[in-house]
Ligand binder design. Structure first.
Ligand code: ATP
Ligand code: MG
Length: 402
């Protein structure tokens, strides 16, 4: 058992001692068997939420209406969810009703894929009611039960299928794949934010080509935001030599680039369609700008380094490396570190100083002179010292007044 399960074992034992069943379930069991690192430990139990809360001193109602209580223990939180069935799904995305049940089997039945429908006892014994272990061994993603129905219940599962294909390098079983092809249009019922999370996970997976293959063969990509006409772009991504995207920022930078969205307005439009944060839009805009310069000039100027900033520079270079024109990352970091200043607020002169020295009156000229000072300092033409900058500013002001 992994350390995370060992640590959680007393939780399960406490629930069992009170006469209920409790198991590790879902992604954490799958990842344990695959020998992958765990990010969260989920527990399923026959105890109802109120019963769980009675057994533990510290709990948080993280999703009590659908049966989830977080148990706090030694600085860890364990999401513990009562066995439940779901019904309704009139909107193709969420059940109208969840019903708590006492049977593990009923709970596992509602899960999306056989490899996600495994449970494990506190002793490490696997409970495999849907042949998830065999599918795992074969590297297959198969819907639990009738695939068609499962995607009707929740269309996000189609995105999850291609996402897991990318993360695990699995193939999608043929009936499951056919059901995605037949129901792909239902994806438009899903909130963009939820589709985006799966799309990002797909692109950041260890086997992105497997995920992209799933998107293309099922046609699911046609129903993703801004993707309907992007078949050729997806094929180009697949043709790149083995690549791995390390972050959400690099993911959207590569996508913007591949979709020829290289100016700020086009990037903003694309990312707004996908409902990303403004922070991400700024980062990607800076990174794509740097990527463009890197592509055309093979390197970046001090000014480009300065305006891009270290984080977006790193992103740009990660993507440039995937595209075949990356630079040595350490050298790039070194070039950035050697900039005389890293923020415009570090400039040793400001508007007030210019006014005091009677070099300008308030107005647009002041901004222009400060910009010239900033550029001169970044390019190491003038040291970042007030006296030197005042001399330089005087020269600029004179030339502008002539
Ligand atoms: P991740 O590695 O992203 O956490 P995961 O499989 O653990 O992958 P979660 O969203 O954490 O995904 O969900 C935990 C479990 O809940 C899944 O393994 C699966 O059994 C079930 N599950 C999650 N989302 C769905 C869904 N849309 N439909 C059916 N079952 C789901
Ligand atoms: Mg999970």
């Amino acid at each position: 058992l992994p350390a995370e399960f060992q640590a959680a074992k007393p939780i399960i034992e406490t629930i069992e001692a009170a006469g209920y069943e409790a198991y590790f379930v879902g992604g954490c069991v799958r990842d344990t068997i695959l020998g992958k690192p765990l990010h969260d430990v989920d527990i399923a139990t026959s105890a109802f939420p109120a019963e769980v809360k009675q057994l533990f001193k510290r709990t948080v109602d993280t999703g009590i209406e659908h049966g989830t209580v977080m148990i706090l223990d030694h600085g860890n939180g364990y999401e513990t969810t009562t066995f439940r069935t779901e019904s309704g799904y009139q909107d193709f995305r969420r059940p109208d009703q969840v019903t708590f049940v006492r049977s593990l089997k009923e709970d596992l039945k509602r899960r999306d894929f056989t490899i996600n429908a495994l449970a494990m006892t506190a002793n490490g014994e696997v409970i495999d009611l849907f042949d998830g272990l065999a599918d795992m061994q074969r590297g297959v993603l198969r819907a639990v039960g009738v695939a068609e129905e499962r995607f009707h219940e929740d269309a996000l599962r189609m995105m999850r299928a291609v996402r897991f294909a990318s993360q695990l390098g699995f193939t999608i079983e043929s009936q499951t794949e056919q059901a995605i092809a037949d129901n792909a249009a239902l994806l438009t019922k899903i909130a963009v934010e939820r589709t985006r999370v799966e799309w990002e996970k797909l692109l950041m997976g260890q086997h992105p080509v497997a995920g992209l293959t799933g998107l293309l063969t099922t046609g699911l990509y046609r129903y993703m935001p801004a993707m309907a006409d992007q078949e050729a772009m997806l094929q180009q991504l697949m043709a790149l030599p083995a690549w791995h995207l390390p972050s959400i920022e690099s993911t959207w930078t590569l996508l913007s680039w591949a979709m020829h969205r290289t100016d700020e307005a086009a990037i903003r439009q694309l990312l707004k369609t996908w409902k990303t944060s403004n922070e991400l839009i700024s980062h990607v805009t800076a990174a794509v700008k740097a990527l463009t310069a890197l592509k055309h000039n093979g390197q970046l100027t001090a000014q480009e380094n300065f305006y891009t900033g270290l984080d977006a520079l790193r992103t740009a270079n990660q993507v440039a490396t995937i595209l075949g024109f990356g630079q040595d990352q350490a050298q790039l970091a070194q070039a950035y570190a050697s900039l005389p200043i890293h923020d415009k607020h570090e400039l040793a002169i400001n508007g007030g100083d210019l006014l005091k020295a009677k070099l300008v009156t308030p107005g647009p000229m002041m901004g222009q002179i400060l910009a010239a000072c900033l550029q001169a300092v970044v390019m190491k033409q003038v040291p970042n010292q007030q006296d030197a900058l005042l001399d330089f500013a005087r020269m600029v002001a004179d030339s502008k007044n002539r």
